[in-house]
Design a protein around this ligand. Structure first.
Ligand code: G3P
Length: 217
């Protein structure tokens, strides 16, 4: 299972990378704005800085919503750095753009996926990753994890190569449940990754080992 961090915050990206378990980064326009990164030039420079901070795939989202615009923007994003994955919204022109980029050998991440049907279309169009937003489904009293299960079953039935990238992950149990279901990737905040570390019995056990070592020395 790959771990991506879902942020545009360079310090958090570097902290996750230093832990040695990071496989990539996802961003979106909201995450960029949260870090105060505005204006096309600053945004493009920030993508390059992220790529230089990590080894894996870095999703960069297009703003255009028409086919020609997405192609133009996506090609410019892909040319920025070999690690860039072009993030395309699940809309009609987005499906066409996914197919276009698949034919060009450019990696894509189909975002804003909320149903199994949308995920099936993304796979048919040749998306590299599909991003079902599980937290946002949970927010509206719908089981986000159930969507991951449905997509896993469909993709396995036909051996689609599109990777399921569980997105809008909010906490450690999302990560664990996605791992049990067999999501290929999860993207979440740093807290969802570092939270996996924690267990009080580990802390108590370590304190006791150190205490006993001191007694014998
Ligand atoms: O990866 C998608 C993500 O950025 C959305 O997360 O927490 O805003 O639903 P959230």
């Amino acid at each position: 299972m790959k771990f991506f961090i879902d942020t545009a915050n360079l310090d958090q990206i570097k902290e996750a990378e230093a832990l040695g378990v990071l496989d990539g980064v996802t961003t979106n326009p909201s995450l960029m704005a949260k870090e105060g990164i505005t204006g096309q030039e600053n945004i493009l420079n920030h993508y390059v800085a992220i790529c230089e901070a990590v080894e894996g795939d870095v999703s960069a989202e297009v703003i255009a919503t028409d086919f020609e615009g997405m192609v133009k923007e996506g090609e410019a994003l892909a040319a920025l750095h070999p690690q860039i994955v072009v993030k395309i919204p699940m809309i009609e022109d987005g499906v066409k753009a996914l197919k276009y980029f698949a034919n060009q050998g450019i990696k894509t991440n189909c975002t804003l996926v909320f149903s199994a049907g949308q995920a099936l279309l993304a796979a048919k169009a040749g998306a590299t990753y599909v991003s079902p937003f599980i937290g946002r489904l949970d927010d509206i009293s719908t089981d986000g994890l159930n969507l991951i299960e449905e997509i896993r079953e469909i993709y396995d039935n036909y051996e689609f190569e599109t990777q399921i990238l569980a997105a809008s992950v909010r906490h450690t149990m999302h990560v664990i449940d996605c791992a049990k279901i067999g999501a290929d990737v999860m993207t979440g905040p740093l807290s969802s990754i570092k939270g996996l570390l924690k267990h009080p019995l580990t802390d108590i056990g370590l304190a006791k080992f150190l205490e006993d070592y001191q007694k014998g020395n």
